[in-house]
Design a protein around this ligand. Structure first.
Ligand code: FMN
Length: 248
């Protein structure tokens, strides 16, 4: 069984789609091929990889309640390619969005469903994930925690000769449990979808999100974007920036 995973985020690195596809890969067996679709220059290479595939999993961000334009161009090419080559794989989708409700990915899922009907492919279904940016940050926090644990262990070994600092491990366990909790909805639905991908049957559309209350999400999202805004050009840059006078 061959599964092609296509990371459709236009970002060069640290995209949420890569994180969710990484998790999905863990729950799918057989031959696994991962490709990155960023620009039209990637189209032909990826189409070639679809030969002999039983399933293809698109991992992509939601853009303006829909599919990013470079992915739409790829889908147009894929439709023709699959028809010409008689390819009949199942198509699964992992879509993530910045706002908290994963249900916002519904129009995107429908577009994929229509694409499958038109291309003669089997619509396998998908998982729509809200709070994708924040969930992506949880993996960084996990790496930081592992780093802190290693540092604490090293310091404890040097100062006291103890290679197993219990307090540091308890603190690591607690923080990891919290991060895991945030990701539980995603993990549940990706494990579930992995089962269907392995069987080659449709799993329907499921929506989930980061497991925190919305008011906390909004607070953190506001802080995150204010900090980002300051680092990337100043606060309220759109409002206060000097406007260019349009030449007529
Ligand atoms: C041009 C653009 C449009 C976006 N539109 C939406 C949107 O309509 N709804 C939403 O919740 N998030 C929207 N987002 C946020 C992305 O979906 C979110 O940042 C996502 O986690 C990016 O995934 P990636 O890291 O895999 O690229 C938009 C982001 C960009 C850059």
């Amino acid at each position: 069984m061959k599964t092609v995973f296509i990371n459709c985020s236009p970002k060069k690195r640290f995209c949420a789609s890569a994180y969710f596809l990484f998790l999905q890969r863990l729950f799918v067996g057989g031959e696994k091929v991962t490709e990155k679709l960023r620009t039209p220059a990637d189209n032909d290479r990826i189409l070639g990889k679809l030969q002999g595939a039983n399933a293809v999993v698109f991992g992509l961000p939601l853009y303006v309640d829909g599919i990013p334009s470079h992915v739409l161009r790829f889908m147009e090419r894929m439709e023709t390619y699959c028809k010409e080559n008689g390819l009949r794989m199942s198509v699964y989708v992992i879509a993530n969005n910045g706002f908290i409700e994963g249900k916002q990915n519904e129009p995107l899922m429908r577009t994929f469903e229509n694409f499958c009907a038109r291309s003669g492919l089997s619509w396998g279904g998908g998982v729509g994930i809200g709070g994708g940016v924040m969930l992506n940050v949880t993996r960084v926090l996990f790496v930081v925690q592992v780093g802190l644990l290693l540092l604490n262990t090293a310091l404890s070994a040097v100062h006291t000769g103890n290679f197993f600092p219990v307090d540091a491990w308890i603190s690591f366990g607690k923080s990891t449990a919290i991060l895991l909790y945030f990701n539980l909805g995603v993990l549940f639905y990706l494990i579930r979808m992995g089962r269907f991908i392995r069987k080659g049957t449709p799993c329907g559309k499921k929506y989930t999100r980061i497991l925190i209350p919305s008011f906390i999400f909004i607070l953190f999202a506001d802080i995150f974007f204010i900090v980002l805004s300051v680092f990337e050009g100043g606060i309220f840059r759109g409002w206060l920036a000097k406007k260019k006078v349009e030449e007529r």
